[in-house]
Design a protein around this ligand. Structure first.
Ligand code: ADP
Ligand code: MG
Length: 364
């Protein structure tokens, strides 16, 4: 089932006198393709949850429309939308067993949807198997680990066979290892069931690793939509470039003079653009150690990361406290040396307008 958002907007009126209204979601249009997993990504407060709540019907849009397939569901109450919702805090019923928790949504089905006890049990065991907790059905939530509790919450969302699955920061309460494992589980379940899924997170790595497409939001406004790799390789603006990638992109003040991009006094790259000031972003993997490279930095230290090393350095034109490059652990870095020289991979360098922060395209 595809989900279509058309100019979706949500305004929260301000309660203090003279204050401005909060536009939590501003004119969001997007067609989520059938059977895909879309990651909704952005910093805290950018409107991710509000978007999700409008899709599931818990909140009413101030403007715009929502369609599931061809059906306009904008004014449909949540229980008639056929959505499964999973929150960050699993919200399980503590006095019920796992089995009762999962079965609960089925007991409220009415009319022709009503199921017999046997049918309910069969469905419950099926989804419990799918999320691999069928051996825990008689336990209470307090007798489960965080990851197991989250699986119960996912099973409960899936048991009614929703048309759309909505997950709001579902992994935030799990420790690092479990988070990794559970996100792979979610991906597997999503692919096995083929349910159109929207996954909300502020964690770029999480969104990038499991999504077919990501939507990057800032202050209620969609910044960019695309396949994770494409958004990383081709960010629309400085915000998107900074939000994706660990370690984050390095940002410098730069200037184009005579078609050459300068960072400080270093002629870094021929970009063939008119003279102007720019903001330069260079991905950490965009630096090549090169004795004759054009870019100079002062070495601060080297951080070992196993397969790679991260060279931490400074540069006067840098807008961040340090410049981080990622290079292969086999390369020899002379930490005793005062400075390090780099050449730059052109496709790992981006130019932005200092005022608008929009990307300035160039050809090399
Ligand atoms: P996110 O999930 O991305 O962290 P939210 O969608 O929860 O962000 O919130 C988006 C913006 O809307 C924030 O500025 C938040 O303070 C505001 N907001 C959310 N819910 C309400 C509400 N019920 N009343 C007023 N403002 C709200
Ligand atoms: Mg939220």
């Amino acid at each position: 089932m595809k989900v279509v958002l058309e100019n979706l907007t949500r305004v929260f009126p301000n309660r203090t006198k003279g204050g401005e209204d909060v536009v939590a979601v501003n004119n969001f249009s997007f067609e989520i393709p059938d059977g895909k997993l879309v990651g909704l990504l952005g910093p805290s407060g950018c409107g991710k949850s509000t978007t999700l709540y409008m899709i599931c019907g818990l909140q009413k849009p101030s403007g715009g429309k929502i369609y599931f397939g061809e059906d306009d569901v904008t004014d449909l109450p949540p229980e008639h939308r056929g959505v499964g919702l999973v929150f960050q805090n699993y919200a399980l019923y503590p006095h019920m067993t796992v089995k009762q928790n999962i079965m609960y949504p089925l007991q409220n089905l009415k009319g022709e949807d009503k199921l017999t006890k046997d049918e309910m049990l069969k469905r419950t065991v099926e989804v419990a198997k799918l999320v691999q907790i069928d051996n825990l059905l008689d336990r209470k939530p307090s007798e489960l680990s965080g990851g197991q509790q989250q699986r119960v919450a996912i099973a409960r969302a899936l048991v009614k066979m929703p048309r759309v699955l909505l997950l709001d920061e579902p992994l935030s309460n799990l420790d690092a290892r479990l988070r990794l494992q559970t996100r792979e589980e979610i991906r597997r379940i999503q692919q096995e069931t083929g349910i159109t899924t929207i996954f909300v997170t502020h964690d770029q790595e999480e969104a990038m690793s499991i999504s077919d497409m990501i939507v990057v939001m800032k202050l209620g406004v969609v910044q960019q939509i695309g396949k994770p790799q494409n958004v990383y390789d081709d960010p629309a603006n400085l915000f998107v470039a900074k939000f994706l990638g660990t370690p984050p992109i390095n940002v410098f003040e730069g200037e184009i003079r005579g078609g050459m991009l300068f960072i400080g006094d270093d002629p870094v790259l021929a970009v063939g653009k008119p003279d102007r000031k720019v903001v330069v972003g260079i991905r950490p993997e965009g630096f090549i150690l090169d004795e004759r490279g054009p870019m100079h930095c002062k070495i601060k230290g080297v951080e070992v990361m196993g397969r790679d090393v991260s060279v931490v350095a400074t540069n006067e034109a840098s807008l961040n406290p340090v410049v981080r490059s990622i290079i292969s652990a086999e390369s020899k870095v002379d930490v005793a040396a005062e400075s390090v020289r780099y050449s730059i991979k052109p496709h790992k360098l981006f130019l932005f307008d200092p005022e608008t922060e929009e990307r300035i395209p160039f050809e090399v």
